[in-house]
Design a protein around this ligand. Structure first.
Ligand SMILES: C[S@@+](CC[C@H](N)C(=O)[O-])C[C@H]1O[C@@H](n2cnc3c(N)ncnc32)[C@H](O)[C@@H]1O
Length: 356
């Protein structure tokens, strides 16, 4: 990207159910910011900050927020009376900021009654970018993103457009809405949670690695782990889906995780936990399983959030985990409902302290 003037206005997105917690994260990062919910656009806030978009994005790349799923800058904002494609134009200053050698994509979100489809807007604006700059279009993994939000309100249609490096947005997907193609062999919708976690946290899966799946039934995560070349020990008192029964790479123990830990612990490269239980109990169990990770091994778990005191419960669970894992990263992913996904890292062999 060329010298793009920084901006103090940006849009933040979170799951509507957790928007209040995302707003707290924004206010903690930029206490003087003005944060407004956008009428007609659930899960979205407009932010007028004291900190610039670039400064916040940099801070959040280092330590990502849990509930704020996506952010994008606002460089152009206008009323759009006709609501027609022809009237949608990119400012010359914005076009001049697009780097011609970097890939780009246009990501459009529409809210309210509009005679437009996101792909039409994407296409129309991508044509403007290509003809003005020659930058290559790359929809899946772009380096620069033109984010467009069109909002139909009672008093008119408002358009917000901003340009950013893909990494500044916290997600390569419009609004962090990360969709996967439906797979006819899918066992549970929980599979998407693990697929999303693998991408978001860049979880390494070594071919031939050993994974322990706690709370495995009906077997969605187990299936995903098999697809990633893992030999899986699945622990759950409940049955696994029949389609997994013949797979010699799956060893099912019909036990609780606690009973399994007492009787059969082995060593694993990955320990996963999607058990439905109080977050703090689940975190304590994960701590008890930590010595069974190989050096450099990792954990992935979901922390179920209660309807009351959810932030307090989450913070307690995270503190318990921090007692055993040097790196604890938590995000409310698109496929999470009332839970967050946590990635737990141990130290790699080369990072372990030398013996005295
Ligand atoms: C949300 S489901 C897991 C879905 C699974 N990850 C999938 O992809 O299909 C939660 C599971 O946790 C299991 N569970 C709850 N408490 C458990 C415990 N103490 N030990 C082992 N499994 C437990 C339940 O039996 C249930 O099957």
């Amino acid at each position: 990207m060329r010298t793009l003037p920084d901006t103090y206005s940006w849009l933040g997105t979170a799951d509507p159910e957790f928007l209040d917690l995302a707003i707290r994260e924004i206010e903690a990062a930029d206490p003087q910011a003005t944060v407004c919910r956008l009428e007609g656009a659930p899960g979205l806030v407009w932010v007028g900050g004291r900190c610039s978009f670039a400064a916040l994005a940099e801070a959040w790349q280092a330590v990502p927020p849990i509930f704020l799923r996506h952010l994008c800058p606002i460089h152009q904002e206008y009323l759009f009376p006709e609501g027609s494609l022809g009237a949608l134009t990119l400012a010359d200053s914005l076009l001049a900021s697009i780097h011609p050698d970097l890939t780009f994509s246009v990501q459009t979100r529409l809210f309210g009654k509009l005679n437009l489809r996101p792909f039409q807007v994407n296409q129309a604006l991508a044509e403007q970018v290509i003809s003005a700059t020659g930058a290559p279009l790359e929809v899946k993994d772009p380096q620069q993103i033109l984010s467009v939000l069109i909002l139909a309100l009672a008093d008119g249609i408002r358009v917000y457009i901003g340009l950013s490096h893909a990494r500044q947005n916290l997600s390569n997907w419009a609004g962090g809405i990360h969709r996967f193609r439906r797979d006819p062999g899918q066992i549970s919708r929980a599979e998407w949670k693990l697929l999303e976690a693998i991408q978001v946290f860049q979880i390494p899966t070594v071919a031939g690695g050993r994974a322990l799946d706690l709370g495995a039934a009906p077997g969605g995560w187990t299936r995903v782990l098999r697809q990633h070349g893992q030999e899986v020990t699945a622990v759950d008192p409940a049955e696994l889906d029949r389609r997994l029964a013949q797979d010699p790479g799956i060893h099912h123990y019909r036990l609780s995780a606690q009973a399994y830990l007492d009787r059969h612990p082995g060593r694993f490269h990955l320990i996963l936990n999607d058990m439905r239980m109080d977050s703090r109990d689940s975190a304590r169990l994960m701590v008890n399983f930590a010595p069974h990770l190989e050096p450099g091994g990792a954990g992935v778990m979901t922390l179920k959030l209660p309807s009351h005191h959810r932030l307090q419960v989450l913070q307690q669970a995270l503190r318990i985990l921090q007692g055993a894992f040097p790196v604890v990263k938590a995000r409310h992913l698109f496929h999470n409902r009332s839970e967050v996904t946590v990635y737990l890292q141990t130290l790699a062999t080369e990072d372990l302290p030398l013996p005295l």
